[in-house]
Design a protein around this ligand. Structure first.
Ligand code: SAM
Ligand code: SF4
Ligand code: SF4
Length: 403
C-alpha cells in the first residue's frame, strides 16, 4: 500500500507572504558531540527547555501554517515530542513535519513515527537521518563510537516498517566537512544502492561549529562536488516517479531535479561571500525560529530578537512585534536586500514565495541536471569494494540485512 502524500507546502506556491514554516528547537540536550554542530554553543548554555504548556500556547496562537521543522539538540530526547507534534497537527493543520535525528534511538524513532501516522494521518513526515560518511568517518565527525551502525539500524527499521508508506519520507542528511569531503560521492552512491532512501541532502557546514577548521568548501570545490553527485539525484528522481503515472511523472521529475539544482546553485554562489539569491529571503515574514529556551529569531543564522515568554508565548503578537518588523527591515528586500547565506531551509522556504523567479530558476536547474546525467553504474562487487575500502564491518552489515 502506498499512501498518497498530502499536498506539500512546496507545492502550495504563493505570492502572499504569511507564516509558512516554524522551526522549533524542542530541546537543548543532545547525546552526541558533533564537531561541526552549529548549535553546540547554544546547547552549552544549558538553559531550560520550553515546557509543554509553553509550546501549547505557541501552537494555539500561531494560526494555520504548512510546515513544522523540528530541531535541537536531539529531538528524540524530548519525551513528549509525540504530543507536541500532535498539537501542531490539531491546532495548525500542518501538512509537513521535518524530523531530523542522529539515529541513536532506532526503536523510539519507529514507535514515534508509527504513532504520528496513526494520530496525524493527513500529514507527511520527512524523517531526516544524519549520516555524514562511512563508518569511522561518521563516528569521528559525530563524536560517538558506533553511531554509524546505530543510524543505519534506524534507517533499516524505518524502511522495514514504513517502506511502502508514501507519507513517510526517508531522507539522509550529510554535512560536508574536512573529515568527509573526499568520500561524499562514494557515500551517496553506496547509500542509494544499499537502501530505499527517498533523497539525500548534502549541506555545507555553516554557522559557528563546535570545532574550528570544519569548513573546507570553496565555491569551485562545492560546484565540482555538486556536479559529480548530480546523477545520484537523477537516480533518486527515477525512484520517486516509479509509482506514479501520466503527467505526474515528468512534473515530479522536473520539480525535484530543478529545485535541488536551484538550491545547490544558490548555495554555491554564497559559500565564499554573500551573493544575492535572485529572489527575496522571506525570513521573519514566512518563517519563525524558536530556540529551545524560547528565544526567537527570523532565521537560524541571525541573532535572537526576543523571547517568546516575554510575549506570553503568543506567536501572532511576535510576528506583529516591533522587534520582528525591525528585523525584517534589516534583512531588506528587492534592491535593498542585504543578507544572503547558504542555508538550504531558507532558500527552500523563500522560493515558494517568489513563484515567478522560481519557475525560471527551476527550469535552468532542471536543464543543467539533465546535461550532467549519466546512468549510475554499480554492482555487488563494486559495492563490496567500497565497503572494504572504507573498512566497514561485514558482520554488522549482514546483521542489518536481517532486520
Ligand atoms: C542541529 S541538528 C538537530 C537534529 C539532530 N540532532 C541531528 O543531528 O540530526 C539538525 C541538522 O543540522 C545538521 N548540522 C549540524 N551542524 C551543522 C552545520 N554546522 N552546518 C550545517 N548543518 C549542520 C545536522 O547534521 C542535522 O542534519
Ligand atoms: S548535530 Fe545534532 S546530534 Fe550533532 S551535536 Fe548537534 S544537535 Fe547533537
Ligand atoms: S539570507 Fe540567510 S542569514 Fe539572511 S535572513 Fe535569510 S536565512 Fe537569514
Amino acid at each position: 500500500m502506498t499512501t498518497k502524500r498530502t499536498k506539500s507546502s512546496f507545492r502550495a506556491m504563493s505570492n502572499k507572504r504569511k507564516l509558512e514554516s516554524v522551526f522549533l528547537f524542542v530541546t537543548g540536550r543532545c547525546n552526541a558531540k558533533c564537531a561541526m554542530c552549529f548549535y553546540a554553543g547554544e546547547m552549552d548554555k544549558k538553559e531550560k527547555d520550553l515546557t509543554f504548556d509553553e509550546i501549547k500556547k505557541i501552537s494555539e496562537t500561531a494560526g494555520e501554517f504548512n510546515r513544522l521543522w523540528v530541531s535541537g539538540g536531539e529531538p528524540t530526547l524530548r519525551e513528549d515530542l509525540p504530543e507536541i507534534l500532535e498539537l501542531f497537527y490539531k491546532n495548525n493543520h500542518i501538512k509537513d513535519v521535518n524530523l531530523p535525528t542522529n539515529g541513536l534511538k532506532p526503536d523510539r524513532v519507529v514507535e514515534w513515527v508509527a504513532r504520528f501516522r496513526k494520530n496525524c494521518p493527513e500529514c507527511n513526515i520527512n524523517l531526516s537521518i544524519s549520516l555524514d560518511g562511512f563508518g569511522k568517518t561518521h563516528d569521528l565527525q559525530r563524536g560517538v563510537p558506533g553511531n554509524f551502525y546505530k543510524a543505519l539500524e534506524t534507517l533499516r527499521k524505518v524502511e522495514e516498517r514504513f517502506g511502502d508508506d508514501g507519507k513517510v519520507l526517508k531522507n539522509i542528511s550529510t554535512v560536508i566537512t574536512k573529515y568527509n569531503i573526499d568520500q561524499v560521492e562514494d557515500f551517496m552512491l553506496w547509500i542509494f544502492a544499499r537502501f530505499h532512501t527517498s533523497t539525500h541532502t548534502i549541506e555545507a557546514a555553516r554557522g559557528m561549529t563546535r570545532d574550528d577548521g570544519m569548513k573546507v568548501l570553496t565555491e569551485p570545490i562545492l560546484r565540482k562536488l555538486q556536479d559529480k553527485v548530480s546523477p545520484v539525484y537523477s537516480a533518486y528522481a527515477e525512484r520517486m516517479v516509479k509509482e506514479t503515472s501520466g503527467l505526474r511523472k515528468p512534473i515530479t521529475r522536473f520539480f525535484y531535479l530543478g529545485f535541488i539544482r536551484t538550491l545547490y546553485n544558490v548555495r554555491a554562489s554564497n559559500i565564499d561571500k554573500p551573493t544575492p539569491w535572485g529572489m527575496d529571503c522571506t525570513a521573519g515574514e514566512t518563517t519563525l525560529v524558536i530556540d529551545y529556551d524560547g528565544r526567537f529569531r527570523a532565521c537560524e543564522l541571525r541573532e535572537p530578537i526576543g523571547n517568546v515568554k516575554d510575549y506570553d508565548c503568543n506567536v501572532a503578537r511576535i510576528m506583529q512585534s516591533d522587534a520582528m518588523k525591525q528585523e525584517i527591515a534589516a534583512i531588506g528586500h528587492g534592491a535593498k536586500a542585504n543578507c544572503w547565506c547558504t542555508h538550504g531551509c531558507w532558500i527552500t522556504s523563500s522560493v515558494v514565495f517568489n513563484p515567478r523567479k522560481m519557475i525560471g530558476l527551476v527550469y535552468k536547474g532542471y536543464r543543467e541536471t539533465k546535461k550532467l546525467n549519466r546512468p549510475l553504474s554499480f554492482d555487488e562487487k563494486m559495492l563490496q569494494g567500497l565497503e572494504n575500502k572504507y573498512e566497514l564491518d561485514r558482520k554488522k552489515l549482514e546483521a542489518l540485512q536481517q532486520i
